[in-house]
Design a protein around this ligand. Structure first.
Ligand code: FAD
Length: 384
């Protein structure tokens, strides 16, 4: 087994790391404080091809593999967790389903603008009354000639405020549960919808999280992704891939928390010694370093399986479950190593912990990842 990066993957890692060092780390605390969307960095990342990394060049993307995407997500999220999630939504939750389920005509209309970052996308599945139980959604898109008339409210939508293309998952046949769900691409410029509540969050404050309000919005039937009734499959398979990106986001957050704790353990003295000389601190650092590497191996395994067109739903759920819970543990330890200084905003430790927590919730909570893993494992064990 060869874990060495290819020349291209190495180049992506170097580019993303340099970008994070130069463009993100210096402003990440300010983004957290002001809650401002990082328009400047996102524009530059678009120019680098990071908004549609796995989209073929013919459709405006960078034509890279999923491992490269995971590497980029780790590095960018190390620099700024908000920028990381903005990137992951456009790549994993918007470009990916349009690429996999879209017709050439839809790819020409949407992907060629989304992949190079000329437009930004969002993915709308969750609702006020349904998150984990996604099929319990209430939003409907009822057929009227060549259009669907969309009515309902989506909740918690990342990029909701800035995005002008929305991959919307909704009921086209409310009498059915999963089988009555379809996926539509809604062009906010052509068919405007409303932006509702803007959430005030614990972390990832530079990314907007809003509700989207559809009041009889007429969406052309030509904008449907896949067949009518195939939307639940579109959504779930999209999240299978998305989890690789979120796992890498968690890994990047853990890494910056670890790096800062390591530096602090060398510079802070107590009882006449750097605190890094104490066994208790060393144990924490050792656990943090080990868990960070373990998470990366799970993420690369899932990404490589997706690249090889192998089954990867269980692997991506395992990567997200482990990496997100690992990030919370690592960030808690990093805060502890900073002592009182970890609890105040002079250092990044408290921000990293706040940023890390969301990775255990979105794109399926840890409880849902365990369900996915358990079901897949039980299926593998079932007699043929
Ligand atoms: C900042 C942020 C950004 C988000 N971005 C997006 C986005 O861009 N697009 C989008 O569609 N959604 C988005 N979400 C929504 C997110 O995916 C959901 O919040 C998440 O799936 C959980 O759903 P819920 O909040 O309704 O919690 P619930 O589903 O109500 O869950 C509540 C608790 O019950 C547990 N639970 C539920 N069902 C089970 C079960 N069967 N077994 C065991 N435990 C269970 C959960 O794990 C959780 O602990 C975002 C959320 C946040 C906070």
């Amino acid at each position: 087994m060869d874990l060495a990066l290819s020349d291209t993957q190495q180049m992506i890692q170097d580019t993303a790391r340099q970008f994070a060092d130069a463009e993100l780390l210096p402003i990440a605390a300010k983004i957290d404080k002001t809650g401002e969307f990082p328009h400047g960095p996102i524009k530059k990342l678009a120019d680098l091809g990071f908004l549609g990394m796995c989209v073929p060049e013919a459709w405006g993307g960078a034509g890279l593999d999923v491992v490269s995407y995971a590497i980029a997500m780790e590095e960018i999220s190390r620099g700024c967790a908000s920028t990381g999630v903005i990137l992951s939504v456009n790549n994993s939750l918007v470009c990916d389903p349009i690429q996999r389920y879209g017709t050439d005509e839809q790819k020409g209309r949407f992907l060629t603008a989304l992949a190079p970052g000329k437009r930004l996308g969002c993915f709308a599945l969750s609702e006020p009354g349904s998150g984990s139980d996604a099929a319990g959604m209430r939003t409907t898109a009822l057929r009227d000639g060549d259009h669907y008339v969309v009515r309902g409210t989506k909740n918690w939508i990342t990029n909701g405020q800035e995005a002008d293309v929305c991959v919307l998952i909704c009921h086209t046949n409310p009498a059915e549960r999963h089988k009555g769900i379809s996926a539509l691409v809604v062009d906010r410029v052509e068919t405007p919808y409303g932006i509702g509540k803007v959430e005030d969050k614990l972390g990832i404050k530079g990314s907007s999280t809003t509700s989207l309000v559809f009041e009889d919005v007429r969406v052309p039937v030509a904008n449907r992704l896949g067949a009518e009734g195939e939307g639940f499959k579109v959504a779930m398979s999209t999240l299978d891939g998305g989890r690789i990106g979120i796992a890498a986001q968690a890994l990047g957050i853990a890494r910056i928390a670890f790096e800062e704790a390591l530096a602090y353990s060398r510079e802070r003295s107590a009882f006449g010694n750097p605190i890094g000389d104490f066994g208790a601190i060393q144990e924490m650092l050792a656990d943090m370093a080990t868990e960070i590497d373990a998470a990366r191996l799970l993420i690369w395994h899932a990404a490589a399986a997706k690249d090889a067109h192998q089954k990867y739903a269980k692997l991506s759920a395992m990567a997200k479950l482990y990496a997100s819970e690992m990030a919370a543990r690592v960030c808690t330890k990093a805060l502890q190593i900073h002592g009182g200084y970890g609890y105040v905003k002079d250092y990044g430790a408290e921000r990293h912990l706040r940023d890390a927590r969301i990775t255990e919730i979105y794109e399926g909570t840890s409880e849902i990842q365990r369900l996915v893993i358990a079901r897949a494992t039980l299926q593998e064990l079932a007699p043929a």
